[in-house]
Each structure stands twice: as C-alpha cells, then as structure tokens.
Design a protein around this ligand. Structure first.
Ligand SMILES: Cc1cc2nc3c(=O)[nH]c(=O)nc-3n(C[C@H](O)[C@H](O)[C@H](O)COP(=O)(O)O)c2cc1C
Length: 253
C-alpha cells in the first residue's frame, strides 16, 4: 500500500511566498500612486521639440588662416565628446564667417571666458568677422597657440583648449566639428598645488535660454552623494549616502 504523507508544512517559506505575492501585487499600485502624486505636484505642458539644454558653457572660439587676420566667434553649442583622446565638439552654422576658416584649416581654439569677458562674448556673437576685426573691437589680445598654425588663443581668457578637427558631421542646420584637444593653456595665477586649476575662481560664464550667468554657489562635489561620513560627525566613518535633499528635491540657499 502506498501512503500519501503530506510534506511537513514549511511555514517561513510559505509566509515569504505570500509576502512576495502581496508585494508584487501592491508594488505597481504604490508605484502608480507615487507617479500620480509626482505628476500632480509637478504638472507639465508638452512643447514642440527643441534644444533647451541649459545651462551650457558659452565660449569664444578663435580661428584663423596662417598670415591672415584671426577671427572670434561666440559658441554655445560646445560639448565634451571623449576623455581619451581628449575631444570636444563645436556646432557652427555654414553661413558664419568662421565656418569656412575652421573647415579649411582644421583647427580652432575653445577659449573659456570669465565674467570680465561677458561683453566681448556677446559682441563677438552679433557681429561678423567678415567685415570687422573682432579682436580689436572687443579689446582682446591674440596670443600664440602652442600646437596650432593659424588660430591664436585669447590671452585674456583663463583657459584655452587648442583643437584639431578629426571629424566633421552635417546633421542639419549646423556643422559639427569634432576635434582633439592637442594642447591646453591655463592662466598661471589660477594654478594650484597638486596640478589643480582653480577655474571656479575665474567667474566662468554660462548661458541659459538667452541669458549669461557667472558660475554660482557650489552645492556639492563629485561623489558627495555617496561620500564616507567623517567619524564623529553623525557617522562612524562608514561609506553610505549623505542626507538626500529635502522633500521636493531642492537644495535651498
Ligand atoms: C550667446 C551666443 C551663442 C552662440 N552660439 C552659436 C553657436 O553655437 N553656433 C553658431 O554657429 N553660432 C552661434 N552664435 C552666433 C555667432 O556667434 C554669430 O553669428 C557670429 O556673429 C558669427 O561670427 P562670424 O561670422 O565672424 O563667424 C552665438 C551667438 C551668441 C550671442
């Protein structure tokens, strides 16, 4: 005769299965409720697609053919592309005077302006070098680049990235020049021990939706969200999250 003995009940296992089933049923509900609350607290309107990325750096790009008058163009469509090799991109409309200079010479300098150069940044973005000497008009000094033939750096800017074009893309309204940074010149007064560069002290300019800003209050540093709490300051030297921002996600000043 075969006896059918039921296996002994595994209560902890049964309970955890039940908890899991309940959680998997309630989680979507919780998730939906949280999302719903988020939408209600932060209502949104749908706009047509656009490049509203902000803030962005705004830079003075210098360029020039060897032996000819150099030019300056204000560029906000500038970005970091790659760390090794160091590469950046600038997007220039084909109708700009600078466009053909950069296309033909394959070189340019990305000069990061400080607050002192705000006027020059705006002015170099509204007049063309076709009929104007922008260095003279903006009272800026062209200084020799270290690795380029025709493009000078802007002496007054705290940081200059000398670039050689490696790729040219034509996605639409702008030509994208993807370039390798072949040399960097930094303002000696902003150099700090340990190879650090106190760029933040130069009052770097940025651009957001038609307005210029100077780099503002620091609210953190790389990795601060997961930094080790110093022992004796509410922590025991363990790695872990620092306090998340208060409700609403805003860091108040
Ligand atoms: C804040 C600002 C940002 C600009 N960004 C760009 C840009 O990213 N690409 C571009 O082609 N033109 C940009 N422009 C417009 C050019 O700087 C402007 O047309 C300039 O007069 C061209 O000079 P050029 O003809 O001497 O090359 C910008 C202008 C301003 C004021």
């Amino acid at each position: 005769m075969i006896e059918h003995n039921p296996p002994p009940a595994n209560r902890p296992f049964a309970l955890s299965v039940a908890a899991l089933a309940l959680a998997s049923r309630t989680r979507p509900v919780l998730w939906y409720a949280q999302r719903k609350a988020g939408f209600m607290n932060h209502p949104k309107t749908v706009w047509k697609p656009g490049t509203l990325l902000a803030p962005v750096p705004v830079v003075l790009v210098s360029c020039g053919r060897p032996g000819a008058r150099p030019n300056l163009i204000t560029v906000a469509w500038v970005g970091t592309v790659c760390s090794e090799p160091p590469m950046v991109s600038i997007s220039i409309r084909p109708e700009r005077h600078s466009h053909d200079i950069i296309r033909d010479t394959g070189e340019f300098v990305v000069n990061l302006p400080g607050a002192d150069q705000a006027w020059a940044v705006d002015w170099c973005g509204v007049v063309s070098g076709r009929d104007t000497d922008k260095f003279a008009g903006a009272k800026l000094t062209p200084a020799p680049a270290h690795r380029l033939q025709g493009a000078p750096i802007v002496a007054e800017c705290p940081l200059a990235l000398e670039c050689r074009v490696r790729q040219t893309l034509a996605p639409g309204s702008h030509t994208v020049f993807v370039a390798e940074v072949v040399s960097v010149q930094v303002e000696s007064a902003l150099e700090r021990p340990g190879g650090r560069f106190a760029l933040e002290q130069s009052g770097l300019l940025s651009y957001a939706h038609g307005h210029y800003y100077v780099l503002g209050r620091q609210v953190g540093h790389f990795g601060f969200s997961v930094r080790k709490k110093p022992a004796g300051k509410g922590g025991a030297g363990q790695a872990g999250r620092s306090a998340p921002p208060p409700a609403g996600g805003r860091i108040r000043g």
